[in-house]
Unconditional design. Structure first.
Lengths: 205, 227
């Protein structure tokens, strides 16, 4: 039961989408450049680089980290981020004893202002059905082995709250700047299906 | 209404397939559908997504957004299916043609600002919270005909309150004419073994947000702990 996300421009969906846009524009219900603006914003401006800056700030500034854990959205707004699907973001701290991972089993709720739009796998049946029941097995499919000594906490975002993971700072990064630290923070590490990279050279999802 | 969207713990969906260097939108039409669905009021809704047949629901994320958006617009009389079919035929026969173009830079600017606007939904609680952190609770069995945020996999299961959040509108469908109730929201922890029995992985727990009406006191626990 795989879900196919790849369709060319002449596909059924491409043609239906063009038809809907055209009719709605002709009726005066939407404008072309408003749609352009939305697409551009989520392709270029709002994405996981925002969340990475939040995480890096929390790693270097204990007071900020405390505010972030107490009131996620307010602390995130200090860095200028906020908006649709992010009015109330709860930040979950990974520790040597606890690994957090986020899912939305009923649909695809996700903290857009800090992570952007969710990847396809987050919205698909396999992740949504399985991570609540067998999180360690699912994390292994992402290449992440969580030590047996750690508890895995799965957060099902079923209300209007949105969850984001604050990953652990990698060891040996004490001499890195805040910007260099942000470059270690992957999208997957803020969902909880990955951990930050330990090298500034490679940026994974 | 089917329950295809209520996926927690449902077997049979196979391995997760992460895609390396995944684009935000895989095709141009996905971005257009995203923009339309988030802009046109009353088109897309969770109820309309959940009302899709299972094949359509599972056909892909923007595929189901498109289907639910079409259904919403036709059900509300904004567009007719005949209009959409005819226009789609036009684009099928003219693959190079673009949708009708109208621009309004001031409006586009307001739409952009709207994407950065915060909208908190805290409500005045109807009374003091019924539960406190540490309380043992049970998620009620509620066989809901309409939309609900109480997934099947926690229904009837026992958990522990771990946080008392603010009060919010209940998101479930209510009978016509009834007001949407404001309820206290909690975070509740369920142990893996309680949810999945012997097939649970060791050292794993589930946290989920519960409106107060989803919960009842865990009386077994109360009896056990009574002197």
């Amino acid at each position: 039961m795989s879900e196919d996300h790849h369709h060319d421009a002449g596909s059924y969906h491409a043609v239906r989408a063009k038809a809907l846009e055209s009719l709605l524009v002709e009726k005066g219900l939407v404008t072309t450049d408003a749609i352009d603006e939305i697409v551009r914003t989520y392709e270029q401006d709002i994405g996981p680089l925002n969340g990475a800056k939040v995480v890096a700030r929390a790693w270097v500034d204990p007071d900020y980290k405390q505010r972030l854990l107490e009131n996620g959205s307010d602390a995130i707004a200090e860095l200028g981020f906020g908006g649709v699907e992010g009015a109330e973001i709860v930040v979950l701290e990974n520790t040597p004893a606890v690994h957090n991972v986020v899912v939305c089993t009923l649909c695809s709720c996700y903290p857009w202002p800090v992570l952007g739009l969710p990847p396809a796998w987050y919205k698909d049946a396999a992740y949504r059905s399985r991570v609540v029941k067998e999180p360690r097995a699912v994390l292994r499919e992402f290449g992440l082995e969580v030590d047996e000594s750690k508890e895995v906490r799965v957060w099902d975002s079923n209300s209007d709250l949105r969850y984001m993971v604050l990953p652990e700072r990698p060891p040996g990064t004490g001499n890195l700047s805040e910007d260099q630290l942000a470059a270690l923070v992957t999208r997957d590490s803020m969902i909880g299906v990955g951990v930050p990279t330990s090298s500034t050279k490679a940026r994974n999802p | 209404m089917t329950a295809i969207h209520d996926m927690g713990g449902v077997p049979g969906y196979g391995p997760v397939r992460p895609e390396q260097n995944e684009p935000v939108f895989h095709s141009e039409w996905e971005g257009r559908v995203f923009g339309l669905a988030t802009t046109v009021r009353g088109g897309l809704s969770r109820r309309r997504l959940e009302a899709l047949d299972p094949d359509t629901y599972l056909s892909g994320y923007y595929q189901r957004w498109l289907a639910a958006l079409e259904n919403g617009l036709t059900e509300r009389g904004v567009l007719t299916r005949e209009d959409i079919d005819a226009k789609a035929d036009h684009f099928r026969h003219n693959p190079g043609a673009s949708p009708t173009r109208v621009v309004d830079p001031a409006l586009a600017g307001r739409v952009r600002e709207g994407m950065y606007r915060q909208r908190r939904e805290h409500k005045t609680p109807p009374g003091p919270p019924a539960f406190a952190v540490g309380d043992c609770v049970r998620a009620r069995f509620i066989r809901h005909e309409g939309h609900t945020r109480l997934p099947r996999y926690v229904q009837g299961k026992r958990g522990t309150v771990t946080a008392v959040y603010a009060a919010y509108d209940l998101q479930d469908d209510v009978p016509p004419g009834e007001d949407v109730p404001v309820q206290q929201l909690y975070s509740v922890r369920f142990e893996g073994g309680e949810l999945w029995g012997e097939s649970a992985e060791p050292g794993a727990a589930l946290y989920i947000d519960m409106w107060e009406g989803y919960l009842e006191p865990d009386n077994d626990q109360v009896q056990r702990s009574a002197p």
